[in-house]
Ligand binder design. Structure first.
Ligand code: PXP
Length: 237
């Protein structure tokens, strides 16, 4: 199972002073030295953290999977076609949200997603859809031509006890359904050093996409160690 580290929040700290430190490109290098198999960034319409320069630099310097999270807008598709990341993950985006709040609305955006995936695939870019753990969403992801899905683990991460068990079952069912339909299945959102192991036990998940918990720990213990500790937890599961 691969671990992809989202470095958006390194850029969040940089933007607090609108300067050049800390640099998400350096952070990505240290994350890779700590054992990251991939680097993720979310280029938001409002450029609140990651910006176009970061994308170009990361494309140049990241020797592992570079995953660009983005909304399926014309502007972002143009940028992806120019930058050519290894993977694009299409996510919903709202201006006023603190973070991505849920999976993309596949019912409403079916045609837009189908078109975006066709264009991206035409340039050799693999495409993933960030989806809620629902059987319908897995089926639509397959129908619109996605290569992969990333199952939203936020509800699993934000609950405890029986509720968390129920959320875990939903995530695992979505993963199994995706795999049975020939889609690769990833998972992410809200995963941390306490809750990652139950998800990492699954043999069917291709990769985990984790940001906030790793960057928070990196502030205290350093990036390489924070990534290495997460890597170890995932390997042990
Ligand atoms: N996957 C997707 C699609 C996301 O939007 C995010 C948040 O940027 C993550 C994973 C990582 O979530 P977290 O920062 O809670 O680990």
């Amino acid at each position: 199972m691969i671990l992809c580290v989202n470095v958006d929040h390194v850029a969040t700290v940089r933007q607090a002073r609108l300067g050049s430190d800390p640099d998400p490109v350096m952070a990505a290098t240290l994350a890779i030295l700590g054992g990251a198999d991939g680097i993720t960034i979310h280029l938001r319409e409002d450029r609140r953290h990651i910006n176009d320069r970061d994308l170009d630099m990361l494309k140049k310097f990241v020797p592992v999977e570079l995953n660009l999270e983005m909304a399926p807008t014309d502007e972002m598709i143009r940028i992806a076609l120019r930058a050519l990341p290894d993977l694009v993950t299409l996510v919903p985006e709202k201006r006023r949200e603190l973070t991505t709040e849920g999976g993309i609305n596949l019912h409403a955006l079916r045609n837009r997603l189908r078109k975006a995936i066709r264009v991206l695939k035409g340039k050799g870019i693999k495409t993933s859809l960030f989806i809620n753990p629902s059987p319908d969403d897995v089926d639509i992801a397959k129908e619109v031509g996605a290569d992969m899905i990333e199952v939203h683990t936020g509800c699993y991460a934000n609950t405890k006890g029986n509720m968390q068990e129920r959320e875990l079952v939903k995530v695992m069912k979505a993963v199994q359904r995706a795999v049975s339909r020939g889609l690769s299945a990833n998972a992410g959102h809200g995963l941390n050093y306490y809750n990652v192991s139950r998800i990492a036990e699954s043999d069917s998940i291709r990769g985990l996409y984790i940001g906030h918990s790793i960057i928070s720990r990196a502030v205290l213990v350093g990036m390489e160690r924070a990534v290495h500790e997460m890597r170890t937890l995932i390997k042990r599961s």
